[in-house]
Write a protein that binds this ligand. Structure first.
Ligand SMILES: [Zn+2]
Length: 210
């Protein structure tokens, strides 16, 4: 399962316990953890079995319960999610984001009363992400079914964000809806999920016709 990672030269060798080595290699596969950090975490969990047991439980519970909303792609335990199920939210206003975490700053700020559509990525020919890899067909269906009047593109200000915005513009142009993008305020090259609420709200208020 856990393949030996390329970082395994740390400290010049392996522990005399295959079980500990397996644990270290598993943690080493997580984002941001090299062998050194993975070893520190593994040793901590062995020294603190209660935290280890809690972690095992939490991972199992999350794996069992967490899913993506079949309508919008948000991370949820109920399908459809609370946002898609809330009748007071305006279904004709649809905000397109790249990742489920991009929904969080909007919901925290609380000014947006429409719904969302998560793409799960951005077009990036260089990284091999093509139109077929993203749910554009589902987006077009959603626009039609919900009679969306405004599609708000809340995508990162990056080349991939621009490429994706252009693709969506072509995808929905025959629907005659209002297509907007968040205005400047989001830093160029910046990640939407980490934008502060005031900047996000200003960018939203000054969104422009795309
Ligand atoms: Zn949903």
């Amino acid at each position: 399962m856990c393949a030996r990672d390329a970082n395994s030269r740390f400290s010049g060798g392996e522990f005399q316990s295959p079980a500990l080595e397996r644990l270290v290699r598993c943690f080493g596969r997580l984002p941001g953890l090299g062998r050194k950090s993975a070893t520190r975490v593994a040793l901590h969990l062995i020294a603190d079995p209660q935290t280890g047991a809690d972690l095992v439980d939490a991972v199992r519970e999350a794996a069992d319960r967490v899913r993506h909303c079949s309508r919008c792609g948000a991370i949820t335990e109920a399908d459809p999610c609370a946002i898609c199920s809330e009748p007071r939210r305006d279904a004709t206003l649809l905000c397109v984001v790249a990742s489920p975490i991009d929904i969080l700053p909007f919901e925290k700020a609380g000014f947006y009363r429409g719904r969302y559509f998560v793409l799960g990525g951005l077009l990036s020919p260089l990284d091999g992400v093509r139109a077929d890899d993203l749910p554009f067909a589902r987006l077009a269906t959603r626009v039609e079914q919900d009679e969306v009047t405004e599609l708000i593109l809340a995508l990162d200000a990056s080349v991939e964000g621009e490429t994706t915005a252009l693709y969506i513009q072509r995808l929905v142009e025959r629907h005659g809806l209002r297509l907007t993008r968040l205005a400047t305020g989001i830093p160029v090259g910046g990640a939407l999920a980490y934008t502060d609420e005031a900047t996000l709200q200003r960018a939203f208020e000054y969104r422009r016709q795309y």
